[in-house]
Design a binder for this molecule. Structure first.
Ligand SMILES: [Cu+2]
Length: 326
Protein backbone atom coordinates (compact mmCIF):
# COMPACT_ATOMS: atom_id res chain seq x y z
CA UNK A 1 0.00 0.00 0.00
CA UNK A 2 1.65 3.23 -1.08
CA UNK A 3 -0.59 5.60 0.90
CA UNK A 4 2.13 6.54 3.36
CA UNK A 5 0.47 9.25 5.49
CA UNK A 6 -2.63 7.09 5.92
CA UNK A 7 -0.67 4.09 7.01
CA UNK A 8 1.40 5.98 9.59
CA UNK A 9 -0.96 5.37 12.50
CA UNK A 10 -0.99 1.63 11.86
CA UNK A 11 2.68 0.87 12.10
CA UNK A 12 4.23 1.89 8.80
CA UNK A 13 7.05 4.02 10.21
CA UNK A 14 9.60 1.32 9.40
CA UNK A 15 8.41 0.80 5.83
CA UNK A 16 6.24 -1.85 4.26
CA UNK A 17 7.67 -4.70 6.31
CA UNK A 18 6.15 -3.20 9.47
CA UNK A 19 2.78 -2.25 8.15
CA UNK A 20 -0.60 -3.52 9.30
CA UNK A 21 -2.00 -2.54 5.89
CA UNK A 22 0.55 -4.60 3.98
CA UNK A 23 -0.49 -8.03 5.21
CA UNK A 24 1.66 -11.12 4.76
CA UNK A 25 -0.82 -13.54 6.32
CA UNK A 26 -4.49 -14.48 6.13
CA UNK A 27 -4.96 -13.16 9.68
CA UNK A 28 -3.55 -9.72 8.94
CA UNK A 29 -5.43 -9.62 5.66
CA UNK A 30 -8.73 -9.90 7.54
CA UNK A 31 -7.63 -7.14 9.94
CA UNK A 32 -6.60 -4.80 7.14
CA UNK A 33 -9.87 -5.30 5.21
CA UNK A 34 -11.82 -4.50 8.39
CA UNK A 35 -9.64 -1.41 8.86
CA UNK A 36 -10.30 -0.13 5.33
CA UNK A 37 -14.05 -0.81 5.51
CA UNK A 38 -14.23 1.05 8.83
CA UNK A 39 -12.23 3.96 7.45
CA UNK A 40 -14.30 4.28 4.27
CA UNK A 41 -17.61 3.69 6.10
CA UNK A 42 -16.80 6.23 8.83
CA UNK A 43 -15.68 8.76 6.23
CA UNK A 44 -18.99 8.42 4.37
CA UNK A 45 -20.89 8.72 7.66
CA UNK A 46 -18.90 11.80 8.61
CA UNK A 47 -19.52 13.30 5.15
CA UNK A 48 -23.30 12.76 5.42
CA UNK A 49 -23.39 14.36 8.86
CA UNK A 50 -21.43 17.39 7.67
CA UNK A 51 -23.87 17.80 4.73
CA UNK A 52 -26.89 17.54 7.05
CA UNK A 53 -25.35 20.03 9.41
CA UNK A 54 -24.79 22.38 6.51
CA UNK A 55 -28.40 21.93 5.32
CA UNK A 56 -29.62 22.61 8.85
CA UNK A 57 -27.68 25.83 8.88
CA UNK A 58 -29.00 26.87 5.42
CA UNK A 59 -32.57 26.17 6.52
CA UNK A 60 -32.10 27.56 10.02
CA UNK A 61 -35.09 29.92 9.85
CA UNK A 62 -37.64 27.25 8.95
CA UNK A 63 -39.83 25.57 11.54
CA UNK A 64 -39.23 21.91 12.13
CA UNK A 65 -41.98 19.88 13.77
CA UNK A 66 -41.04 16.23 13.70
CA UNK A 67 -43.10 13.21 14.71
CA UNK A 68 -46.56 13.98 13.37
CA UNK A 69 -45.78 17.57 12.50
CA UNK A 70 -45.71 18.94 8.99
CA UNK A 71 -42.14 17.95 8.13
CA UNK A 72 -42.46 14.33 6.98
CA UNK A 73 -39.15 14.28 5.13
CA UNK A 74 -37.35 15.51 8.25
CA UNK A 75 -38.96 12.79 10.35
CA UNK A 76 -37.94 10.15 7.82
CA UNK A 77 -34.33 11.38 7.89
CA UNK A 78 -34.14 11.41 11.69
CA UNK A 79 -35.60 7.93 12.08
CA UNK A 80 -33.96 6.44 9.02
CA UNK A 81 -30.42 7.79 9.38
CA UNK A 82 -30.52 8.14 13.14
CA UNK A 83 -31.99 4.77 14.09
CA UNK A 84 -32.29 2.22 11.29
CA UNK A 85 -29.07 2.80 9.40
CA UNK A 86 -26.84 2.70 12.53
CA UNK A 87 -28.59 -0.43 13.83
CA UNK A 88 -28.07 -2.24 10.54
CA UNK A 89 -24.45 -1.10 10.00
CA UNK A 90 -23.31 -1.68 13.59
CA UNK A 91 -24.96 -5.13 13.66
CA UNK A 92 -23.23 -6.12 10.41
CA UNK A 93 -19.88 -4.84 11.69
CA UNK A 94 -20.38 -6.68 14.96
CA UNK A 95 -21.14 -9.97 13.24
CA UNK A 96 -18.26 -9.58 10.80
CA UNK A 97 -15.61 -8.50 13.31
CA UNK A 98 -16.74 -10.91 16.00
CA UNK A 99 -17.53 -13.99 13.99
CA UNK A 100 -14.99 -13.58 11.21
CA UNK A 101 -12.03 -11.30 12.06
CA UNK A 102 -11.68 -12.31 15.70
CA UNK A 103 -12.08 -16.00 14.77
CA UNK A 104 -9.48 -15.73 12.00
CA UNK A 105 -6.90 -14.01 14.20
CA UNK A 106 -7.57 -16.22 17.21
CA UNK A 107 -4.76 -18.12 18.94
CA UNK A 108 -4.55 -21.69 17.62
CA UNK A 109 -5.92 -24.46 19.85
CA UNK A 110 -3.17 -25.79 22.15
CA UNK A 111 -0.91 -28.33 20.40
CA UNK A 112 -2.75 -27.94 17.09
CA UNK A 113 0.21 -26.55 15.14
CA UNK A 114 3.27 -28.36 13.74
CA UNK A 115 5.56 -26.16 15.82
CA UNK A 116 5.73 -23.50 18.48
CA UNK A 117 8.15 -20.76 19.45
CA UNK A 118 8.51 -19.31 22.90
CA UNK A 119 9.04 -15.55 23.23
CA UNK A 120 10.04 -14.06 26.59
CA UNK A 121 10.05 -10.27 26.91
CA UNK A 122 12.88 -8.66 28.90
CA UNK A 123 13.74 -5.01 29.49
CA UNK A 124 14.57 -4.41 26.51
CA UNK A 125 15.03 -7.43 24.30
CA UNK A 126 13.26 -10.63 23.28
CA UNK A 127 14.43 -14.10 24.31
CA UNK A 128 13.45 -16.76 21.78
CA UNK A 129 13.30 -20.51 22.39
CA UNK A 130 12.19 -23.42 20.25
CA UNK A 131 10.47 -26.00 22.49
CA UNK A 132 11.76 -29.51 21.88
CA UNK A 133 15.19 -28.25 20.71
CA UNK A 134 18.18 -26.63 22.40
CA UNK A 135 17.99 -23.57 20.18
CA UNK A 136 17.95 -20.23 22.01
CA UNK A 137 18.34 -16.87 20.32
CA UNK A 138 17.29 -13.25 20.71
CA UNK A 139 15.35 -10.60 18.82
CA UNK A 140 15.32 -12.40 15.45
CA UNK A 141 12.67 -15.10 15.17
CA UNK A 142 12.84 -17.53 12.27
CA UNK A 143 9.76 -19.46 11.21
CA UNK A 144 9.08 -21.66 8.20
CA UNK A 145 6.85 -19.93 5.63
CA UNK A 146 3.26 -21.18 5.10
CA UNK A 147 3.38 -23.08 8.39
CA UNK A 148 1.17 -22.50 11.40
CA UNK A 149 3.41 -21.54 14.32
CA UNK A 150 2.11 -21.14 17.85
CA UNK A 151 3.83 -18.18 19.55
CA UNK A 152 3.87 -18.73 23.32
CA UNK A 153 4.59 -15.36 24.89
CA UNK A 154 5.46 -14.40 28.43
CA UNK A 155 7.66 -11.89 30.26
CA UNK A 156 10.57 -12.03 32.68
CA UNK A 157 9.90 -8.59 34.17
CA UNK A 158 7.18 -6.09 33.22
CA UNK A 159 4.34 -6.31 30.69
CA UNK A 160 5.51 -6.13 27.07
CA UNK A 161 3.44 -6.55 23.93
CA UNK A 162 4.43 -8.60 20.91
CA UNK A 163 3.32 -6.94 17.68
CA UNK A 164 4.41 -7.81 14.15
CA UNK A 165 1.94 -5.68 12.17
CA UNK A 166 2.26 -7.53 8.84
CA UNK A 167 1.44 -10.88 10.45
CA UNK A 168 -1.22 -10.61 13.12
CA UNK A 169 -2.72 -8.66 16.00
CA UNK A 170 -0.88 -7.87 19.24
CA UNK A 171 -0.32 -10.25 22.13
CA UNK A 172 0.54 -8.92 25.57
CA UNK A 173 3.47 -10.67 27.26
CA UNK A 174 2.57 -10.82 30.95
CA UNK A 175 4.78 -12.18 33.78
CA UNK A 176 3.50 -15.52 35.07
CA UNK A 177 1.10 -16.06 32.16
CA UNK A 178 1.39 -17.47 28.66
CA UNK A 179 -0.48 -15.68 25.86
CA UNK A 180 -0.60 -17.33 22.47
CA UNK A 181 -0.69 -15.97 18.96
CA UNK A 182 -0.74 -17.59 15.54
CA UNK A 183 2.16 -16.78 13.17
CA UNK A 184 1.49 -18.02 9.66
CA UNK A 185 3.32 -15.98 7.00
CA UNK A 186 2.07 -16.66 3.48
CA UNK A 187 5.21 -15.42 1.68
CA UNK A 188 8.90 -15.51 2.57
CA UNK A 189 10.22 -12.25 3.97
CA UNK A 190 11.53 -10.24 6.84
CA UNK A 191 8.78 -8.73 9.00
CA UNK A 192 9.64 -6.09 11.55
CA UNK A 193 7.80 -5.79 14.82
CA UNK A 194 8.19 -3.95 18.07
CA UNK A 195 7.09 -3.83 21.65
CA UNK A 196 3.64 -2.25 21.76
CA UNK A 197 3.23 -1.72 25.51
CA UNK A 198 5.32 0.94 27.25
CA UNK A 199 7.88 -0.98 29.31
CA UNK A 200 10.41 1.62 30.43
CA UNK A 201 13.24 3.80 29.23
CA UNK A 202 14.28 1.78 26.16
CA UNK A 203 10.79 0.66 25.09
CA UNK A 204 11.30 2.34 21.71
CA UNK A 205 14.49 0.28 21.17
CA UNK A 206 12.76 -3.03 21.72
CA UNK A 207 12.16 -4.22 18.17
CA UNK A 208 12.35 -7.64 16.56
CA UNK A 209 12.34 -9.37 13.20
CA UNK A 210 10.34 -12.37 12.10
CA UNK A 211 12.07 -14.07 9.19
CA UNK A 212 9.74 -16.36 7.25
CA UNK A 213 12.14 -18.78 5.56
CA UNK A 214 11.60 -21.55 2.99
CA UNK A 215 11.25 -24.77 5.05
CA UNK A 216 14.67 -26.24 4.15
CA UNK A 217 16.43 -22.94 4.98
CA UNK A 218 14.56 -22.85 8.28
CA UNK A 219 15.52 -26.43 9.18
CA UNK A 220 19.21 -25.72 8.51
CA UNK A 221 19.03 -22.55 10.58
CA UNK A 222 17.33 -24.31 13.51
CA UNK A 223 19.76 -27.25 13.46
CA UNK A 224 22.68 -24.79 13.61
CA UNK A 225 21.12 -22.72 16.44
CA UNK A 226 20.65 -25.89 18.49
CA UNK A 227 24.36 -26.80 18.32
CA UNK A 228 26.92 -25.64 20.90
CA UNK A 229 29.15 -22.70 19.94
CA UNK A 230 31.93 -23.08 17.37
CA UNK A 231 35.45 -23.23 18.73
CA UNK A 232 37.44 -20.04 18.04
CA UNK A 233 39.51 -20.47 14.87
CA UNK A 234 42.35 -17.92 15.26
CA UNK A 235 44.73 -17.05 18.12
CA UNK A 236 43.03 -13.64 18.43
CA UNK A 237 39.60 -15.25 18.70
CA UNK A 238 40.94 -17.75 21.26
CA UNK A 239 42.19 -14.80 23.31
CA UNK A 240 38.72 -13.27 22.91
CA UNK A 241 37.09 -16.41 24.30
CA UNK A 242 39.47 -16.44 27.27
CA UNK A 243 38.64 -12.78 27.99
CA UNK A 244 34.91 -13.36 27.63
CA UNK A 245 35.03 -16.20 30.15
CA UNK A 246 37.12 -14.19 32.63
CA UNK A 247 35.38 -10.85 32.35
CA UNK A 248 31.87 -10.24 33.80
CA UNK A 249 30.44 -11.00 30.30
CA UNK A 250 30.07 -14.69 31.12
CA UNK A 251 28.03 -13.92 34.25
CA UNK A 252 25.27 -12.35 32.15
CA UNK A 253 25.50 -14.18 28.81
CA UNK A 254 25.25 -17.85 27.90
CA UNK A 255 27.53 -19.34 25.25
CA UNK A 256 26.58 -23.00 25.07
CA UNK A 257 29.59 -25.31 25.03
CA UNK A 258 31.64 -22.95 27.26
CA UNK A 259 31.47 -22.11 30.94
CA UNK A 260 29.57 -18.87 30.18
CA UNK A 261 26.12 -19.54 31.59
CA UNK A 262 24.61 -16.15 32.47
CA UNK A 263 20.92 -15.56 31.87
CA UNK A 264 20.60 -11.79 32.39
CA UNK A 265 21.38 -10.94 28.75
CA UNK A 266 20.81 -12.63 25.37
CA UNK A 267 22.28 -16.07 24.59
CA UNK A 268 25.31 -15.35 22.36
CA UNK A 269 26.01 -18.93 21.19
CA UNK A 270 25.25 -18.04 17.56
CA UNK A 271 25.44 -14.26 17.76
CA UNK A 272 27.05 -13.97 14.31
CA UNK A 273 23.95 -15.47 12.65
CA UNK A 274 21.91 -12.42 13.70
CA UNK A 275 21.70 -9.35 11.48
CA UNK A 276 21.29 -6.82 14.31
CA UNK A 277 22.36 -6.14 17.90
CA UNK A 278 20.41 -5.11 21.00
CA UNK A 279 16.88 -5.56 19.65
CA UNK A 280 17.57 -4.00 16.23
CA UNK A 281 19.33 -0.97 17.70
CA UNK A 282 22.57 -1.53 15.71
CA UNK A 283 23.58 -3.63 12.69
CA UNK A 284 25.59 -6.71 13.64
CA UNK A 285 28.86 -5.65 11.95
CA UNK A 286 32.28 -5.72 13.65
CA UNK A 287 32.54 -1.89 14.02
CA UNK A 288 29.08 -1.69 15.60
CA UNK A 289 29.79 -4.68 17.81
CA UNK A 290 32.95 -2.90 18.99
CA UNK A 291 30.99 0.27 19.79
CA UNK A 292 28.31 -1.70 21.60
CA UNK A 293 30.77 -3.57 23.82
CA UNK A 294 32.66 -0.36 24.63
CA UNK A 295 29.66 1.73 25.55
CA UNK A 296 26.20 0.11 25.48
CA UNK A 297 24.81 2.97 27.56
CA UNK A 298 25.49 5.36 24.71
CA UNK A 299 23.14 3.39 22.41
CA UNK A 300 20.64 2.19 25.00
CA UNK A 301 20.81 4.34 28.15
CA UNK A 302 19.41 2.35 31.06
CA UNK A 303 20.16 -1.04 29.47
CA UNK A 304 21.19 -3.77 31.93
CA UNK A 305 24.58 -4.08 30.19
CA UNK A 306 27.27 -1.81 31.68
CA UNK A 307 30.19 -0.35 29.71
CA UNK A 308 33.69 -1.75 30.24
CA UNK A 309 37.08 -0.10 30.01
CA UNK A 310 39.05 -2.43 27.79
CA UNK A 311 42.28 -1.98 25.90
CA UNK A 312 41.89 -1.87 22.13
CA UNK A 313 43.52 -5.28 21.75
CA UNK A 314 41.15 -6.81 24.32
CA UNK A 315 38.20 -5.25 22.52
CA UNK A 316 39.38 -6.49 19.11
CA UNK A 317 39.92 -9.98 20.50
CA UNK A 318 36.39 -10.06 21.95
CA UNK A 319 34.93 -8.90 18.66
CA UNK A 320 36.98 -11.47 16.70
CA UNK A 321 35.62 -14.19 18.98
CA UNK A 322 31.98 -13.07 18.92
CA UNK A 323 32.05 -12.47 15.17
CA UNK A 324 33.09 -16.11 14.70
CA UNK A 325 30.04 -17.47 16.57
CA UNK A 326 28.21 -18.47 13.39
CU1 LIG B 1 8.74 -3.99 25.96
Amino acid sequence: MAAVPLTLPVGAWAGDNQNALHPASKQEHSISVLWWVMLVGCSIGFGVIVILLFLGWVRRNRDYLPFGGRDRAGTAIVIGLGVFVPIVILSLLFVWSDLYVIKTTEAPAANSTPMSVKVIGHDWWWEIRYPGTRAVTANEIHIPVRTRVDMLGTSADVIHSFWVPALNRKADLIPGRVNRLLLDANRPGEYRGQCAEFCGQQHAHMAMYVFADPPNVFRRWLANEARPARKPATPQAREGERLFLNLPCSGCHMIRGTSADGTIGPDLTHLATRTTLAALTLPNKPPDLTHWIEDPQRYKPGSKMPGFSLTSSQRDALVAYLDGLK
